[in-house]
Design a protein around this ligand. Structure first.
Ligand SMILES: Nc1ncnc2c1ncn2[C@@H]1O[C@H](COP(=O)(O)OP(=O)(O)O)[C@@H](O)[C@H]1O
Ligand SMILES: O=C(O)C[C@@H](O)[C@H](O)C(=O)COP(=O)(O)O
Length: 325
């Protein structure tokens, strides 16, 4: 599937959370002993909006942030990165933006400590989703975490309905985060609902297992089931072991991870999705798009942040050219 850059006023509109990452400045230390954290904009769909904007796509964002210094920092930072924030709303009930503290114990042992009680992003309402805005985009990028609770859940389902009614492609980034979900059955129900309507579904093997409500699932079974519905491309990531893309017409592609000096593991998925979309918008085939995605992910895991580390096209292409897979 090729996406048409410049076909509509916007290439991509992302919907979901825009939050704050506080990344440990002192590496190789448990959180208990970490004294300094650096602030960045975070939240998977915000990272992807920034990542794709960085790569030259025309991107907008729908979401709710706190009406305070953090919310203003997020909106100003994203606008500075070229993201249209005209549909980003500030919560009027005093709810806060989510915080994600990251712990970097070792390059492979990283974790995230989320402060997300009653967060503003999960209070986006269907009334705050504008059909005219979505209609202007080639792609609606949906983050699965935004389905965790009402009214954000209904806001996202409304956005998906607007996209389907207006010939806007839906890309579902499963983005499973256990916090805020009430039960695994709910996860599976809402993930399945959106995945069946999406044109492209991207997730890790574990995330597809959550969608299917089982453990140790098999890629062939996953794609056989989802291709009965709307999806045309399904991307399944297997961490450092690489990733696979499957097309509805029966093609299968694999990309290996690129070698890099890993600082931390988070941010990989958001860089991956950004570069995958960039490539599809720039007339690359799926196999090449997987390479762009994997190279972008390798660049971000070697750097300190997710949003601020999003690579340029030339950085991605240099890595691809230097390490033929
Ligand atoms: N240690 C690593 N070194 C290089 N690339 C990596 C590493 N870990 C992940 N990647 C790349 O990032 C992609 C996404 O990583 P993965 O961990 O599967 O997703 P997520 O970050 O969404 O959990 C992988 O398919 C791979 O290309
Ligand atoms: O998504 C979040 O709320 C936290 C992110 O901002 C953080 O940078 C991160 O964990 C990204 O990781 P990824 O989803 O594995 O790319």
């Amino acid at each position: 599937m090729r996406l048409k850059k410049g076909n509509k006023k916007m290439d991509i509109i992302a919907i979901g959370r825009a939050c704050i990452d506080l990344n440990a400045v002192e590496y190789n230390r448990p959180m208990e002993e970490t004294m300094t954290f650096q602030k960045y904009v975070g939240g998977s769909p915000a990272n992807i909006a920034i990542g794709t904007s960085n790569l030259g796509l025309n991107v907008g964002f729908i979401g709710k942030v706190s009406d305070d210094q953090h919310g203003r920092f997020i909106a100003t930072y994203m606008a500075g990165k070229g993201v249209d924030t005209s549909k980003m709303v500030a919560d009027q009930e005093g709810r806060k933006s989510g915080l994600a503290f990251t712990e970097i114990k070792s390059p492979s042992e990283c974790s995230i400590l989320m402060y997300r009680d009653n967060v503003a992003d999960l209070y986006l309402t269907p009334q705050e989703v504008d059909e005219k805005y979505i209609r202007e985009a080639e792609v609606l990028l949906v983050s699965g975490t935004a389905l965790a609770q009402s009214p954000s859940r209904e806001a996202v389902l409304t956005a998906v309905a607007y996209a389907k009614a207006n010939d806007v492609k839906v890309i579902f980034e499963i983005d499973y985060r256990p916090y805020t979900w009430k039960s695994e059955e709910e996860v599976s129900t809402y993930y399945t609902l959106v995945a069946q309507k999406a044109d492209i579904v991207i997730g890790t093997r574990d995330e597809f297992d959550m969608l299917e409500g089982k453990e140790g699932g098999d890629n062939q079974d996953t794609v056989k089931e989802l291709f009965k519905y709307e999806p045309e491309i399904i991307v399944i990531k297997h961490g450092v072991e690489g990733s696979f893309a499957y097309s509805k017409e029966g093609k299968e592609y694999k990309a290996n991870a690129y070698k890099t000096e890993v600082l931390k593991t988070f941010g990989a998925g958001d860089a991956y999705a950004s570069a995958f979309l960039y490539a599809l918008f720039n007339e690359k085939d799926v196999e090449t798009a997987l390479k762009y995605a994997s190279a972008a992910a390798a660049i971000v895991v070697s750097k300190h942040s997710s949003s601020e580390a999003m690579p340029t096209v030339s950085e991605i292409e240099e890595l691809i050219n230097n390490q033929s897979q």
